[in-house]
Design a binder for this molecule. Structure first.
Ligand code: NDP
Length: 250
């Protein structure tokens, strides 16, 4: 039996990048995966098809998780379809290549809402479900930036990635009596479209040269997430697992 057989997993922002890698890995471990997307419906359909073609189970569900009403609808639909949820992966996120001199309040609020407030909305709904079930797993996809600050001045992004860790540690305490674990992954530099968009091809190459094991792949993050969702990691809570190829050691 696969390690996540019969589990229902929601991966926010799974139409691209890390979210896609996580969705594919959880499905490979037997979970039925809800592939959440905001704007990229076709990409979400492709992810679902890839999972199904490999013999796994997945559905796509649209929701803007930075919006509370939209997030509430998402959870209502999940409960209508499955009547339960076992795993929440707070992955949806974005960034912006600007430092404090160039961002305005709209930039700040957009990044905070997309990366941090989304995790609050989703976790609040999931915690209610998990408390009733007396089981569940929450994983925040933070970043090495959450530990050491942003490397290129993305101050709003850094605030969200550190903020996620504070929320995660607090929820780990709140959730423990309900047999629920809450953890984070702190990826280093993983090859995705967001990365290319922010740093450009030359920039990405330069960064890769500074990392002992080079750039990471979405599968590396997927593997780590699958481990934190498995029964074998049941005594781990409140931890931040580095997936950074030796980029930052502490
Ligand atoms: P991508 O830009 O490649 O993908 C972002 C995903 O998030 C898309 O699926 C997008 O969906 C979704 N998304 C964005 N806003 C929303 C929203 N409001 N509601 C629902 N979904 C949303 O990013 P990455 O894969 O690189 O990043 C994913 C996460 O990983 C982020 O939290 C990021 O901080 C973190 N991370 C990434 C690293 C990297 O090197 N790439 C390193 C460390 C952390 P759609 O296209 O449908 O709108």
């Amino acid at each position: 039996m696969k390690s996540l057989e019969n589990k229902i997993a929601l991966v926010t922002g799974a139409s691209r990048g890390l979210g896609t890698g996580i969705a594919i890995e959880l499905a490979a471990q037997g979970a039925e995966v809800i592939v959440n997307y905001n704007g990229s419906e076709n990409r979400a359909s492709e992810v679902v098809k890839e999972i199904q073609d490999a013999g796994g189970k997945a559905v796509k569900m649209q929701a803007d998780v930075s919006d509370q009403a939209s997030t509430d609808r998402l959870f209502k639909e999940i409960m209508r379809l499955y009547g339960r949820l076992d795993i929440l992966i707070n992955n949806a996120g974005t960034s912006q290549a600007k430092d404090i001199f160039d961002i305005n309040n709209d930039d700040w609020n957009r990044i905070i809402n997309t990366n941090l407030t989304s995790g609050y909305y989703c976790s609040k709904k999931a915690m209610e479900i998990f408390r009733n079930q007396n089981s569940g797993r929450i994983i925040f996809i933070s970043s090495v930036v959450g530990l050491q600050g942003a490397l290129y001045g993305h101050v709003h992004y850094a605030a969200t990635k550190s903020g996620q860790l504070g929320v995660m540690r607090t929820l780990a305490r709140t959730a423990a009596p309900y047999n629920v674990t809450v953890n984070a992954i702190a990826p280093g530099i993983i090859e995705t479209e967001l990365l290319l968009e922010i740093h450009g091809e030359e920039g990405v190459k330069k960064i890769a040269d500074t990392i002992p094991l080079g750039l990471g792949k979405v599968k590396d993050v997927g593997n780590a997430v699958a481990f934190l969702c498995s029964d074998e990691s049941g005594y781990l809570t409140g931890i931040t697992l580095d997936v950074n190829g030796g980029m930052y050691m502490h």
